[in-house]
Design a protein around this ligand. Structure first.
Ligand SMILES: C[S@@+](CC[C@H](N)C(=O)[O-])C[C@H]1O[C@@H](n2cnc3c(N)ncnc32)[C@H](O)[C@@H]1O
Length: 237
């Protein structure tokens, strides 16, 4: 498993833009704190603690799983970061010796798993860590294929003086390579895009049932125009 984030872990927070601001983070923490109730939360791919730190500050015990040691070092350097236990490893297989009332995987990170098997294994691993009735929450974009004309592969995602970004689709394999070129550096990161209905099937394989699908963290209705979704499955078996 490649650590795609390690090389720019020290710049991850600076590049978050709006996703790093309170207006984006507070509603996430509101939903997760409510779902956690009196229990604890497990963040798959905890990164630098963008969500875990404010959730822990609300009084929810949070445990993380994370592949990238440099990302965890960034978390550790922040106030409160040392108080959050993190298991280093792959979120499809890493085990924490505890169960949780909520597990969550946000910011499109299910797409970092580039095979269907790995995405299913992630659901199974999340479910394994849930108490009966516990919830698994995912935030992920709806595949942007409506922007892709027939026969084309490339969709521009941003062009500025110091940055060019292009998504390259492989519709045959449900794959996507996100190319970023900035100040002489190039990063091409592979993803697997995934449909909401396919995630529901993965949840079913892992013994979970869909309870909510919102268009955002404000619980807006999910519609045909929604560009992303926040989905909540409950462990039922
Ligand atoms: C977009 S960042 C999200 C970090 C954090 N959850 C947030 O919301 O800011 C994706 C994170 O997923 C981690 N990651 C990618 N693949 C992983 C895997 N297979 N297992 C665990 N962590 C993984 C990366 O190292 C990175 O920290």
């Amino acid at each position: 498993m490649t650590d795609w984030f390690g090389d720019w872990a020290d710049r991850y927070d600076a590049g978050l833009g709006a996703m790093g601001e309170a207006a984006a983070i507070d509603p996430v923490v509101d939903v997760l704190a409510e779902l956690a109730g009196d229990g604890a939360a497990l963040e798959l791919a905890i990164g630098t603690g963008r969500i875990a730190l404010p959730l822990a500050a609300r009084g929810v015990p949070v445990h993380g799983i994370e592949l990238s040691e440099p990302m965890v070092e960034q978390l550790r350097a922040k106030p409160g970061g040392n108080a959050i236990p993190v298991t280093l490893g792959d979120m499809t297989t890493a085990r924490v010796d505890a169960t949780f009332s909520v597990a969550y995987l946000v910011y499109n990170t299910i797409n970092n798993l580039t095979t269907q098997d790995a995405q299913v294994a992630c659901f199974e691993n999340a479910s394994r860590h849930l108490e009966p009735g516990g919830r698994f929450v995912i935030e992920v974009g709806v595949p942007d294929l409506q922007r892709l004309p027939p026969g084309e592969r490339f969709v521009p995602i941003g062009v500025r003086d110091d940055y060019v970004g292009v998504d390259e689709y492989d519709v045959l394999n449900q794959g996507l390579v996100s190319h970023h070129q900035a100040t002489g550096r190039r990063l091409s990161m592979p993803f697997r895009y995934v449909w909401p209905s396919e995630l529901d099937l993965m949840a079913r394989i892992a013994g979970m049932t869909l309870r909510h699908r919102w268009a955002d963290w404000h619980r807006s209705p999910f519609t045909a125009d929604s560009r992303k979704h926040v989905s909540v499955w409950q462990k039922t078996s």
